[in-house]
Design a protein around this ligand. Sequence first.
Ligand SMILES: Nc1nc2c(c(=O)[nH]1)N[C@H]1C(S)=C(S)[C@@H](COP(=O)(O)O)O[C@H]1N2
Ligand SMILES: [Mo]
Length: 408
Amino acid sequence: MITRRHLLETAGAGAALVSAGLTFPKIAQAEISTLDAGLPAGTRGEAVMERLPGKQPLIKLTYRPPNYESPVDYFKTPITPNDKFFVRYHLADIPEKIDAAKWKLSVGGDGAKGTAELTLADLKKLPAVEVVAVNQCSGNRRGLFLPHVAGVEWGNGAMGCARWKGARLKDILAKAGLKAEAVEVVIDGADGPILDKTPDFVKSIPVSKAIEDTTIVAYEMNDAPLPHLHGAPARLVVPGWTGTYWMKHLVSIRAVTKPFEGFWMKSAYRIPIGKFPGARFTSQESIGPNTPITEMMVNSLITTPSEGAKLKSGKSTVSGIAWDGGYGIRSVEVSGDGGKTWQPATLGKDAGKFAFRPWSATVAVAAGAQKIMARATSANGQGQTTELVQNPAGYHHNLYSSVSVTGA
Ligand SMILES: Nc1nc2c(c(=O)[nH]1)N[C@H]1C(S)=C(S)[C@@H](COP(=O)(O)O)O[C@H]1N2
Ligand SMILES: [Mo]
């Protein structure tokens, strides 16, 4: 008899994937657990937890390409440890290993005065910058959209916050010389499609964002060399902007004088104009519909109590994290009665405007079923929403966060 567990182990064996350059070892542990973090009916009643190499168990969405999210428990600390950090890839042909000693980053493009090639040692000679920043997938919480939208059905965990260390993209561009006419910087990574018809994953950012002091090519994550699944030996870190621009396994950086027309810019990762606040990526608006997604929306997540918790009636601690697109968190409010009344939460340590901001409050829990809620406001006055802002790809889900609990 083929049991569910047997199927999982077979799927994790990876033997058939070796030819594609994917050599994940046989997954050491496959367990099925119930996931109930506020997912709407029909989304996912069960979650498969698997360990990728070097990782704690993560919730599997797809194996090939690897898309794994963090369970809510992993956000109880405002820094997400490397072994608990979500993994997201678009293409199945991800590099098995990159020899950091032989790796080179090429810099050029028609928006550059010349070309340059940097080794990892060259990168480390440039002034090092450290930034604590949230990497959140544009489609985080897509699985919570009603009506459902197509795509990887992420719950709450397609995000993480780490301390990134690297060289400024601006200093790297200066090695080739940036022309005044450059409008965008195009970034490519070492992974590629298996089928010819799948477009390669290449992204661009406006020059204005590329030359910000906190936009870096990172080679360290939480004081460790960048782990392979997070883009070794170096990745782009674009604090404030969604994860789609955070190119892993960087191979080339090109300054260009015309908007970059690749599929993942022109056709994908776009949102309706005017429905969301945040920076506009205007050079891209002339070549495709709508506008590219940019900054993350202000958001929060309750990490304690957990969904479905049974609590003693009386006073109960509520805690969690809040973040936004790089303005910083001004305040968080909490409701113990499903949104009827709100009280301010106490903000925890500020690790910078791009980081998860911890918060906590004490609420009164009554007997019976009730909803605990949280809502954050950013330093520029943006708040979370009470109604989903519908968009075709299910981006920017930032409804008030909530957990259902029962008081006894
Ligand atoms: N080379 C490469 N870089 C990539 C991607 C990819 O598919 N390939 N996906 C991007 C997206 S959409 C996200 S959300 C982040 C996820 O980063 P992580 O896997 O380190 O968590 O990587 C980005 N960088
Ligand atoms: Mo993403």
